[in-house]
Structures are given as structure tokens and as C-alpha cells.
Design a binder for this molecule. Structure first.
Ligand SMILES: [Zn+2]
Ligand SMILES: [Zn+2]
Length: 366
């Protein structure tokens, strides 16, 4: 912009001054003050449990950040100050503060100070516009909502794992517990992601879970590991004063009665359960080792589990002549004849076979 020396200031009439938009420097600055709301005081809410910071409407979870609390506070108060400043023109800003990491959680320290210096030069022949002010950073050490939820034992949902007509096996309990722990590690310290209480017992797993979303994710994960069915039940917990009803959700994973490896009686034959999914079961006959795929419900409705009635044994395949084989029981060295088709496929003379005795009859499994 050209200077217009020799003319009058439109407001004060001063002559021989540098004019910008027909105004001398003093009048121009009066007409165009820096638009900033000077923050004299800023309240910093910091959770003494999790360190969550709240300044104006900004919430910061320090556990999700790499910087130190000192750096985080510095960042958030600086941007709070600048959020009150509007300028079309480029400006410089300098900050200075006395925030110290080791004083942040110190109850004796009630506040820090932040000095802000904003410089703006809209016209190079004027001296710069300057604003220089101090903001008192009031420290409020509190407990945030999420932490107070946790402390008060708040939870929205229950996760249950049960099995139909049986207890859970140690293997199942271990697998589910591990997978829950692994998932919880992935959530890390994410807000409101916690399990208040988890019981792992042969009757099943019961956990109080902070949120419905978390409980539903955990339930889905366990369901994916099994042929279990997932169901959801709502229970009215309380009615708030305004009439809103608060429900507690229970996410139940129900494991099938039968699982892989079970020995069952079905349609008068003895079978080993090879695989189970949502609606099918694959069985291997221990009479001739052929396999069948059957609708799960049919098996569940009429099969009987025999696991508890088996006397487990090891055998030696001694010799074969046509369809007749000689087998020796390894526990008492007794020899007896049997039929080749009753042995697992691909067994050769000399190999050992795992199996069991049931109602005085030997069965060869693998
Ligand atoms: Zn003037
Ligand atoms: Zn907290």
C-alpha cells in the first residue's frame, strides 16, 4: 500500500503522518484493535486417577498420548488462549509459563502462570501491534466421570459363558480367559473399557463389563472360537427420576452340549465327534470309521455322551490275516481277534492305537 504523505488523518486531522486507509497510526490502531478476549483465568481439570485433562471444552486422555503431562497441559492451554484470538493478518505469538511436571499433581500448587505476547504488523511503516497478558492456570485436581464410574462399581452389561447340560472343560475355560485378557490388553487403558469382576468357574464365566459395546465384542470373540450361540437379555435395572428406564444387558454365549473329541452314542452306534458348527455335526463311526455330517439339532436331541463311561486303553496292532486282526491290550498283554474295519484307517501291523473299553467291548480311536 502506498503511503499518502501530505494528507490529513480523517479522524484527528494530523498532518505529515504516514496514513493507512486515511488514518494515522494512533487512530488506525484505535479503529482496529486486536480482537482478542484476554483470558485472565483458565481452569484446568485434571483427574488424579487417570490424568484426563479438561480445559474449556477440550478433553485429553494422556494415556493415549506420548507427551508428558507438562507438555500436554502446555499445548492445551496455549490453544485455549489462541482460540479467543481472531486475526486475518499473520501474527507472531510467544508463550512463557512455569508449568512443571513434578508440580502438576502437587496439591500445594494451586496455579501456574502463562504469559502470552501476540505481535501483529498489518502495515510495515507502523510499529507493530502488541498484546501482552498473563493467564492464571487454576489447577483443579478431581476425579473424572469415567473414573468415578469405575470407583462406584458402575457397569452396563454382564458377559456370561455357559454350556448346555454340562460344565465347561478346563481347556475351554483357559482358552476363553486368555482370549478375554488378550482383548482387554488391546483396549489398553481406553476410556470406560474395564471388567469389574470376572468369575471363571466350571459352571461358566461371569463378568461385569463396563459398557454394552465391550461386552458384546467380548461375547462375539468367544462365540467365534466355539460353536456357541449368542443371545442377549435385557433386565430393567432402575428407573431414573425423569422416567427413563435403565436396562442392564446380559450377553450370553451358550456352548453346545457336545464338543469336538466327545464319544457319543447315536442311532445305536458309537461315534467320535470330529467337528461342530452352528448347525452341523461331523461324526466318525467307531464301528467302521466312516464319517457322517448330520444336522446338529438331530444329534443334540437324541445322542448320549459317553465320555464318563470310557476306560481308556492303548493297544498294539499285532498281526493281520484278511479281515481278521490280532490286537494286544497294553495294560494286561491280553491278545484277542477283531475285525480290520474296526481299526482306524492306515494303521499298520506293529503300530500302537489309542482307544477305550466300553461295556466289555474295545473301540479303536486313533
Ligand atoms: Zn489520527
Ligand atoms: Zn479419570
Amino acid at each position: 500500500m502506498m503511503s499518502e504523505r501530505g494528507r490529513f488523518c480523517a479522524i484527528c486531522g494530523a498532518m505529515d503522518e504516514v496514513l493507512l486507509e486515511n488514518l494515522c497510526e494512533i487512530c488506525y490502531k484505535k479503529e482496529h484493535p486486536l480482537e482478542i478476549e484476554l483470558l485472565k483465568k483458565l481452569s484446568i481439570q485434571i483427574c488424579i486417577d487417570c490424568g484426563e485433562l479438561r480445559v474449556l471444552s477440550t478433553r485429553i486422555d494422556p494415556r493415549a498420548q506420548e507427551e508428558s503431562l507438562e507438555e500436554l497441559i502446555r499445548e492445551v492451554v496455549r490453544s485455549a488462549v489462541l482460540s479467543k484470538f481472531r486475526s486475518e493478518d499473520p501474527y507472531d505469538v510467544e508463550f512463557e509459563d512455569d508449568i512443571k511436571n513434578d508440580k502438576i499433581m502437587n496439591y500445594g500448587v494451586k496455579e501456574f502462570k502463562l504469559r502470552t505476547k501476540i505481535t501483529l504488523q498489518p502495515y510495515e511503516e507502523f510499529s507493530p501491534f502488541e498484546k501482552n497478558f498473563i493467564t492464571r492456570l487454576k489447577m483443579n485436581r478431581t476425579i473424572c466421570n469415567d473414573c468415578s464410574h469405575y470407583k462406584s462399581g458402575y457397569f452396563e452389561a454382564i458377559l456370561q459363558v455357559r454350556a448346555d447340560k454340562r460344565k465347561l472343560t478346563d481347556d475351554e475355560l483357559n482358552r476363553f480367559e486368555n482370549s478375554i485378557n488378550t482383548m482387554m490388553k488391546q483396549y489398553g487403558d481406553a476410556k470406560l473399557s474395564y471388567i469389574l469382576n470376572m468369575e471363571v468357574e466350571p459352571d461358566g464365566i461371569t463378568a461385569q463389563v463396563s459398557t454394552k459395546l465391550l461386552a458384546s465384542n467380548l461375547a462375539r470373540e468367544i462365540q467365534a472360537l466355539t460353536a456357541g450361540k449368542l443371545s442377549l437379555a435385557y433386565e430393567l435395572k432402575t428407573t431414573k427420576r425423569d422416567g427413563t428406564e435403565v436396562y442392564q444387558n446380559t450377553y450370553l454365549v451358550r456352548l453346545p452340549e457336545f464338543s469336538k473329541g466327545d464319544v457319543i452314542e447315536y442311532e445305536k452306534d458309537i461315534w467320535k465327534l470330529k467337528a461342530i458348527n452352528d448347525d452341523q455335526i461331523r461324526l466318525e463311526s467307531l464301528t467302521n470309521h466312516t464319517e457322517r455330517q448330520i444336522v446338529r439339532k438331530r444329534v443334540e436331541n437324541s445322542a448320549k455322551k459317553l465320555n464318563d463311561f470310557l476306560f481308556h486303553r492303548e493297544y498294539m496292532f499285532v498281526s493281520a490275516e484278511g479281515q481278521t486282526v490280532v490286537i494286544m491290550a497294553m495294560d494286561n498283554y491280553e491278545n484277542f481277534d477283531d475285525n480290520l474295519e474296526r481299526l482306524p484307517k492306515n494303521k499298520e501291523v506293529g503300530s500302537t492305537i489309542k482307544g477305550f473299553l466300553l461295556d466289555d467291548k474295545n473301540y479303536y480311536v486313533e
